[in-house]
Design a protein. Sequence first.
Length: 335
Amino acid sequence: MGVYDSPWLQANPDRVKLLGPVCIGYGHPDLTTAHKYMTDFGLVEAFRDPETIYYRGYGVNPVVYIGKQTTQPKFLGVYFEAASLEDLQKAAKIPGASAIEDFPAGGQVVHVRDPTGIPFHVVFGFEKRKFTPPQRDGQPYNFPSSNDADVESKPRRGKFHRMEKGIIPVHKFGHCGVVPADIKISCDFYCTHFNFKPSDVMLGGPEKAVMLIFFHVDLGQEYSDHHSFFLAAPHGVLQPGRPHHAAFEVESIDKQFIGHDYMDSQGYQPFWGVGRHIEGSQVFDYWFDLDGFLVEHYADGDLVNEDTKIGWVLRHPKDGSNWGPGLPSPGPPVK
Ligand SMILES: [Fe+2]
């Protein structure tokens, strides 16, 4: 048994139960152009103060992205929702954690840093929004059948695909990854203090070293996203302390292609997509924001629960999709 296959099994009465991700924060030197970018990406301004803009999607969380005015591009950390006030209080007892403070979007927050210095935040007590999905213009898919009367294979009958082009609305912030200086130390930290459990562990190189660990929040029998957080080992441009990417859910694969075309029409820099991942199964589309941070539109991801076996995956990192373009080289720019 090693650090990767034991920590979440260790008895820890002070483990913080998290329900899922809420939002992510970045600092931008030019918040005006960053605002245009995030709006084109599909986020909606919820509220602002003199130095910060808070964005929402159409899901229940009041904020999914925090853009802050900073002198240099900066990763400000991910925010996860605690299951209870008691869990938030447990977070405040993690070594180095802040006291409980007010969270600008409502409720309270505790600021944590993992042992490699990466910021991580726990929030609780904010008011949920009403789920307000845009009017669905997609229609069911028709599949090949020997008989056009086969309603099960061909449910779209007398209705047509007519979709609006332009900005595609984001539902929620779904996951992010970070690059800790020591993936073993950080894995142990997150699995010891929080209910993160690996879904898939990617191994690479001649020594089959751990390259990437996808975590879901362990909710027992209840299902949760295949990954809401992940750790990537430093490699090439993936320097310690950097975020890997931040992913936001959109409604459908059709919407992703519409969004891809819109982002392209605005002259933004694509990175990778549209394609479908293997681990997590999401249809992905990665873009560089104006400060070089990677953001992703995704749709149709997997759900897992405590019955899902951990995957130990040995595969070339460039071969990470069911379909779509190959992983570009050399990787994201570092700013
Ligand atoms: Fe992703």
